[in-house]
Design a protein around this ligand. Structure first.
Ligand code: ADP
Ligand code: MG
Length: 284
């Protein structure tokens, strides 16, 4: 299956997801430049109005804003599920707009994991098959998929429920299965849209603790939420309002050789007053 994309696999930009590559040559996992998105209608809805955001490997980012502010639209563009009206989206350095649909699909399958509020599990499949399906489009041989799925289930604390069906699990356990499915392909980043939105308070807290644990294990994770208390738990907090980023605490603490930067880095708020302000880039 991977034979269809040899040029993509050889692309040097794909090193951004590779732990062995020195930081200096690592491109952002996702870079969004001057992105706009309008949905057709009378009048059209301007869901995003010039968004700039770069997220680097190892970051834990919360994107927070009220309902209708453009969070899900931004996640869909960062996840290559949709294309922007204007501006540019790059995943591990690759400009999505220049790529054929098949290449974008392969990029998504191998580089991006998704977690949704509604879990989206196949109720009649076992837990292990729900996770292994995350490898279906990544060209992983069938014999390896189940082994990888078991490993991913272990990471979310559900290694002992591999043969259960989602209907036999609690909401929190279902979301853990969905997180394992997002992780199984070892993506460059995980995008989570309101991952605790369907869970009670205590269960939501345990999912957030899992997300923090996965981040400490090296995963790059973006959590989208309307809840400021959730966003505050993330290392970096980005605020979105009416389709624009209005504050960004910055990419502090992302350099593994300088972990103290997480504590020392001041959390500056950046007001979006000038059109040339570039939010999300590392402070100079
Ligand atoms: P959020 O996730 O922050 O609630 P969304 O990104 O879902 O915000 O929506 C941003 C704006 O775009 C809202 O005004 C919403 O109604 C509109 N919108 C979202 N998706 C569509 C769509 N498919 N068609 C038309 N309007 C949409
Ligand atoms: Mg939303």
């Amino acid at each position: 299956m991977t034979d269809a994309w040899p040029h993509l696999l050889d692309h040097p930009s794909l090193v951004a997801g590779n732990d062995s590559v020195p930081d200096a040559v690592q491109l952002p996992v996702v870079q969004v430049d001057d992105v706009t998105k309008s949905y057709p209608g009378e009048p059209p809805v301007q869901a995003l109005r010039g968004v700039n955001l770069a997220i680097r490997q190892g970051e834990l980012v919360g994107i927070v804003g009220p309902s209708g502010s453009g969070k899900t639209t931004l996640l869909q563009l960062m996840g290559t599920l949709d294309r922007p009206t204007g501006g540019r989206v790059r995943i591990t350095g690759l400009d999505v707009a220049t790529m054929a649909d098949d290449d974008v699909a392969y990029l998504r399958a191998t580089r991006i994991g998704f977690v949704f509020q509604q879990f989206f599990l196949a109720e009649h499949s076992t837990v292990i098959d729900n996770v292994a399906v995350g490898l279906l489009y990544a060209g992983v041989p069938i014999g390896q998929r189940r082994q990888r799925a078991v490993e991913a289930l272990d990471r979310v604390g559900l290694g002992n429920r591999a043969t259960a069906r989602p209907t036999q699990l609690s909401g929190g356990q279902r979301q853990r299965v969905a997180i394992a499915r997002a992780l199984v392909g070892r993506p460059a980043m995980v995008l989570a849209d309101e991952p605790t939105g369907n869970l009670d308070q205590a269960t939501g807290q345990s999912i957030l603790a899992l997300i923090e644990q996965l981040h400490q294990g090296g995963s790059t994770i973006v959590v989208i939420t309307h809840d400021h208390t959730i966003a505050e738990r993330m290392i970096r907090k980005v605020e979105i309002l009416d389709g624009q980023i209005v504050a960004d605490s910055g990419a502090a603490g992302t350099d593994p050789r300088r972990p103290w930067a997480r504590l020392a880095q001041p959390r500056t708020r950046v007001a979006l007053t000038a059109s040339d302000v570039r939010l999300g880039e590392e402070p100079s």
